[in-house]
Design a protein around this ligand. Structure first.
Ligand SMILES: [Zn+2]
Length: 282
């Protein structure tokens, strides 16, 4: 089983809370951190779930059409606050990372990939192929800045698109791919936000089962209260009705498991939830 999970903030952007939570949110700008999970496995060493933003994002978005992304989503990140910078603060270097698992290919999740020279990348081939069928302008419109990926990305990738394991501990209908073959880390399909988005289910870490759901929900109230974002955000989803189905499943899962207090569902961008994980945040 996994020894520990540490949550790192690798850059952030700001957005109006009301847009993502039209029920209880306010018309105030709140911080949306790009969270990277550092997972320590006794045999496999250190894995990352997502790579956050990095300095390469600033370089890539100096030119068109990538600049359009930075106009719509202004990003704050520095060498010290990228994933690699945060790891340095923990006494780790980029070469300590054996795998970088990508929930999906949006720029705020792949921004730091090029900083990892020896890691294997784990991702959905289906989503990668789907995005690669577009020209650069359309890719940017889909939030995919291919220039963020390292050159040898494809040859270093392990593709996961099948989910044969039944995750009975989550309940009926939940399936996953056993990433390390020992039941310690599962990739779980959470489609709708993108075509192949995956979450990470990491059971039994200090008595807690973690379910990292990436962008299947943006904030904790989204899945806790079952609050979908404003319809305007449908523009950036691959399939808004599938997105809403996935959100409903997470809401139901949270309702069913909350009283037991063992399952911790965490989104990538909920600053409040990450503040609560304060003992893990650096
Ligand atoms: Zn996303």
């Amino acid at each position: 089983m996994v020894r520990s999970i540490t949550f790192l903030e690798a850059g952030y952007t700001e957005q109006f809370e009301k847009i993502v939570n039209p029920v209880t949110g306010k018309w105030r700008k709140i911080r949306f951190p790009s969270t990277v999970a550092l997972i320590e496995h006794p045999r496999e060493g250190y894995l990352l779930f997502d790579a956050g933003y990095s300095g390469r994002f600033q370089d890539v978005t100096r030119r068109f059409p990538e600049r359009l992304y930075a106009w719509v989503t202004p990003v704050t990140v520095s060498p010290e606050t990228s994933a690699v910078g945060r790891l340095k603060g923990l006494g780790l270097s980029e070469t300590d990372i054996t795998r970088v698992v990508l929930s999906h290919f949006h720029a705020d999740h792949i921004g730091g990939t090029a900083d990892f020279s020896r890691a294997q990348f784990v991702a959905s081939r289906r989503e990668y192929d789907w995005l690669n069928a577009f020209g650069t302008v359309s890719q940017v419109k889909h939030g995919f800045l291919k220039a963020l990926l390292p050159e040898a990305f494809e040859s270093r990738a392990r593709w996961i698109d099948e989910f044969p394991a039944e995750l009975t501990s989550l309940g009926q209908g939940w399936r996953g791919a056993d990433l390390l073959g020992d039941g310690s880390v599962f990739l779980v399909p959470l489609p709708g936000h993108t075509i192949g988005q995956m979450g990470l289910y990491v059971p039994s870490v200090g008595g807690v089962d973690y379910f990292l759901v990436a962008d299947a929900a943006w904030l904790t109230p989204s899945f806790r209260e079952g609050i979908a974002p404003m319809r305007v955000t449908d523009l950036i989803f691959h399939d808004s009705s599938v997105y809403r189905d996935t959100l409903t499943r997470l809401h139901r899962l949270d309702c069913e498991t909350r009283s037991k207090g063992r399952l911790r569902i965490l989104t990538c961008h909920c600053d409040e939830a990450m503040q609560k994980e304060r003992s893990h945040v650096v």
